[in-house]
Every structure is written in structure tokens, then in C-alpha cells.
Design a protein around this ligand. Structure first.
Ligand code: MN
Length: 182
């Protein structure tokens, strides 16, 4: 891995059995993933449930299309957002710094995933700024996490990923229905 090449992320909008968003962060050569039923938000007052799902390959971030009938997750998949990110570490209470070296950042992320708490700053088209994800202990579902926006200059109150103004792919400009019909 090139240390100067930042780690990447993608958000897939996926209409399978139920509509959800798949959030995937590069860690090494794979992408740990979470299904977020209501989608990520830039509103720090809204905590989003995020269910950890199997890691995906790094190449999968470029996938947009239809998963065929009979396969797991059958239905259209849209690239809803993409970009790069820097892991963050807390240097003192409430003070975070970004880890811009990708090898060092990968280590930080692996430790955080094990511990059940990760922090990162996203540089996407729709998602920007600092977030945390924490594993929920003693929750009915295994692998349940929460995704929460930190307060910063990218906060947008009431941000809703399902809003009509975000209904097109940031790569192809297609809607879910256009992808479904392709
Ligand atoms: Mn999915």
C-alpha cells in the first residue's frame, strides 16, 4: 500500500429485501462494512444504527448495478457517495487529530475495530467531516454499532440520506429505478 494514497470509503444505496445504505471503509485491502437502515446523517443529534456486515473487497467500491435475482442482496446498488478518509485519534478529551499516513491509519482502524470504537474524517461529495462509530454492548443484535456525527463545520441539521435531492448516483447520475431497469 502506498502511504501517500489516502484510505477510501464508499456508501452504496441498496434496495434488497429492504432499502438501506452500505457504508464501507478501506482498512488495508478490504472494506469493513455496515448496513445502515436509515442511511448516514450529518446531524449530530441523530444516532444511526449500523449493522456490521462481512468485509467487502476494495474493488467492490466501484460496483454499481443490479445484483441478480436469487443472489444474496438481489436488487439495485447505487454509488451514493465516495471519497477518502483519515482515521482520527483522540489526543485529549474532545480533541481529535487526523492520521494522514495510510499505514499508520490502517493500524489505528484495526485497533478501533477490535475495541469497538472508531473515529474518522470523511472527504466525500455528500458526507464530510468527523464521525464516530461505536459498537453497542448488550444490544439484542450482534454486530450492532451506532454512527454519530461529531460537531464541526459540516453539520447539517435534519440531514436525511433518503431526501429527494440525494436520489441520484454521484458517479452516473442515475436513480435507483434507472439502475434497476438497466
Ligand atoms: Mn446491502
Amino acid at each position: 500500500m502506498n502511504n501517500n494514497h489516502p484510505l477510501v470509503f464508499v456508501v452504496h444505496k441498496h434496495d434488497a429485501t429492504t432499502l438501506h445504505f452500505d457504508f464501507r471503509l478501506q482498512v488495508g485491502n478490504v472494506m469493513p462494512s455496515w448496513a445502515i437502515p436509515k442511511g448516514p446523517t450529518l446531524d449530530p443529534e441523530i444516532k444511526r444504527l449500523a449493522i456490521r456486515t462481512p468485509d467487502h473487497s476494495l474493488e467492490y467500491r466501484n460496483f454499481e448495478g443490479v445484483l441478480p435475482e436469487g443472489s444474496y442482496g438481489a436488487g439495485p446498488v447505487m454509488i451514493w457517495d465516495e471519497g477518502y478518509y483519515f482515521p482520527e485519534v483522540e489526543v485529549s478529551k474532545g480533541v481529535r487529530k487526523t492520521v494522514e499516513d495510510s499505514r499508520e491509519g490502517t493500524k489505528v482502524m484495526l485497533e478501533g475495530l477490535k475495541k469497538g470504537e472508531i473515529k474518522f474524517k470523511l472527504f466525500g461529495k455528500r458526507l464530510k467531516g468527523s464521525f464516530t462509530m461505536v459498537r453497542i454492548k448488550n444490544f439484542g443484535k450482534p454486530n450492532a454499532w451506532l454512527m454519530i456525527k461529531h460537531k464541526d463545520e459540516y453539520v447539517k441539521k435534519g440531514f436525511d440520506a433518503n431526501d429527494k435531492k440525494f436520489d441520484k448516483s454521484i458517479v452516473s447520475g442515475r436513480t435507483m429505478e434507472e439502475i434497476r431497469g438497466s
